[in-house]
Design a protein around this ligand. Structure first.
Ligand code: ADP
Ligand code: MG
Length: 504
């Protein structure tokens, strides 16, 4: 056997799948595409998560487009966090241009223009399916994590949730929780203190400040009703193609807090609502997070641990998460270590830091008799990438420099008219269009306060006792509070459940 025959045999042994799979392209040896060495990824192991990395312009987004098309074709729905807004073209047929014909001749895979079913989602007031969540759904644990609160502050948030629970006051939007915070330091102070102990205004002040920060990043639009049902991400069209749900996040770059809030709430909700699947034959949903460094950049250590945990747990729900980023080192090592599929596009060596990153990246891939990994990493062409996946048996496949196929849908964005037409025919847009502001904590407290005020006027001088703060300095939370916070019945919300699972 000559070297090429040996190569083909190793690739075929590593990549041949019995079950359904995605055809990405063909392996390359010494810079040439080898059509007999097809790179196919079993869909069975796609719940084991993945990474798509590489310098700008090397083909990461087109790779996601190729993956999404084939997933959709197999009836697997996709969600794409589209930060640059360059993914919408997947809704329309592509056109075969000469560079595509050239590529597809080299890899010997037929090219057939196709369009895919798309929903356009939004976190802001853009046109599309509005994604919202209520504060109650977050639960005190996750809500505190998002605000980056310390234990004392989280304790106060827990009291607020508990109080609202007891009083049947829904916490829907930021307005509700702000009103609540105000209430526990003013009109409701005596009532809260009697049950939960003293709460310092320094603590509530900090919480309020952090809520306002979140509000300024668009949290006021995100929190509220109608809250999004994650089952709506798992739809098929009449032909059985999985929907590709594109969340357009072009305005999110300067709002990392809102983005990580949303990501966590989505993952928690998926975890909470989807049944246990184990390692099934087919994933339920694949999520691509473009520019993933944005969720990690500003995340605290606790939040990172939370993300790491949920990434680990969500696998058994049949959900695969794919992080897309320029430098693989952007992804925390605890998450990196969990990823089954790795598609590494070219890296550029401009600075000493770049060279360091290239060396580290190369070291993280399986060694190969056919490539000098670090050298090939800098010489891969556009739309070419190193691939390693998990075989159907769950073992890593051999490293393969791959010439990827071209997307069959449009490699360009949609026009305004095309976007409008997709939204006009979407059932989901209508379902989530209305912003409901039903009676919640804000309104209920306002009512209660006005009743109390009347009572106070009637009583006049009589109520000094209740109003007077107990003179003891008590900056933390009293024992009774800690009891409430740590009682099992109180740990609620998706993350509460996960934490309980972990403790077992
Ligand atoms: N698989 C591919 N087939 C054909 N052309 C590709 C492919 N991947 C990338 N390209 C070309 O490279 C350009 C940049 O790719 P893109 O995916 O936007 O890069 P990135 O997301 O890494 O910045 C595309 O507009 C396209 O012209
Ligand atoms: Mg891109």
């Amino acid at each position: 056997m000559n070297q090429q025959e040996q190569f083909i045999s190793i690739i075929n042994e590593g990549y041949t799948c019995k079950g359904e799979n995605l055809l990405l392209g063909v392996a390359m040896l010494d810079g040439n595409a080898i059509p007999d060495a097809k790179i196919t990824i079993p869909i069975k192991t796609l719940n084991r998560h993945g990474l798509i990395a590489g310098a700008t312009g090397t083909g990461k987004t087109k790779t996601i487009q190729v993956l999404s098309e084939q997933l959709s074709g197999l009836g697997i729905p996709v969600m794409m966090m589209d930060i640059k807004g360059d993914f919408s073209g997947i809704a329309m047929k592509g056109t075969e241009k000469s560079f595509i014909t050239e590529r597809h001749t080299k890899i010997d895979i037929p090219f057939e223009p196709k369009a895919y079913p798309v929903e356009l989602l939004t976190l802001s007031e853009q046109e599309g399916v509005r994604l919202r969540a209520t504060i109650s759904e977050f639960g005190p644990v996750l809500f505190s994590r998002i605000l980056d609160l310390n234990d004392t502050q989280s304790g106060v948030v827990s009291i607020i949730f508990k109080f609202c629970d007891d009083q049947k006051m829904p916490l829907l939007d930021l307005k509700d929780i702000k009103k609540m915070i105000h209430y526990i330091t003013a009109e409701g102070k005596a009532e809260i203190e009697a049950t939960y102990g003293k709460i310092s205004t320094a603590t509530t002040g900090t919480i309020l400040r952090k809520i306002i920060e979140l509000e300024q990043q668009g949290g006021d639009i995100f929190f509220g009703e109608t809250s999004f049902d994650v089952q709506d991400l798992m739809r098929m069209d009449e032909q059985g193609k999985g929907y590709i749900n594109i969340l357009r996040l072009t305005d999110i770059q300067d709002k990392p807090k809102l983005f990580s809030t949303f990501m966590l709430s989505l993952l928690a909700e998926i975890y909470y609502t989807m049944p246990e699947k184990g390692d099934a034959e087919k994933p339920e949903l694949i999520i691509f997070i473009d520019e993933a460094h944005l969720i990690f950049k500003e995340a605290s250590k606790v939040l990172l641990e939370q993300i790491e945990t949920i990434v680990k747990l969500i696998r058994s729900k049949g959900v695969g998460i794919y992080f897309i980023t320029q430098n693989p080192m952007d992804v925390p090592s605890g998450i990196l270590a969990q990823l089954g599929l790795k598609i590494q596009h070219a890296l550029r060596a401009f600075t000493a830091n770049d060279r360091q990153a290239i060396k580290q990246t190369a070291d993280n891939y399986p060694s190969s008799d056919f490539y000098k990994t670090d050298e090939v990493l800098t010489s891969l062409g556009i739309g070419e990438a190193f691939v390693t996946a998990l075989s159907e048996k769950g073992t890593p496949t051999p490293l393969a420099a791959t010439m990827l196929r071209a997307p069959e849908s449009r490699m360009d964005i949609l026009s305004m008219e095309e976007i409008a037409s997709i939204n006009a025919s979407s059932k989901l847009v209508k379902k989530y269009a209305e912003s409901i502001d039903r009676e919640s904590a804000f309104e209920l407290l306002a009512k209660r306060i006005s009743v109390e005020e009347e009572a106070t006027i009637a009583q006049t001088n009589n109520s000094n006792e209740a109003k007077k703060p107990s003179a003891k300095a008590d900056d933390g939370i009293s024992k009774s509070v800690i009891k409430v916070v740590s009682s099992a019945s109180f740990i609620r919300g998706a993350f509460g459940i996960i934490m309980k699972l972990l403790k077992k």
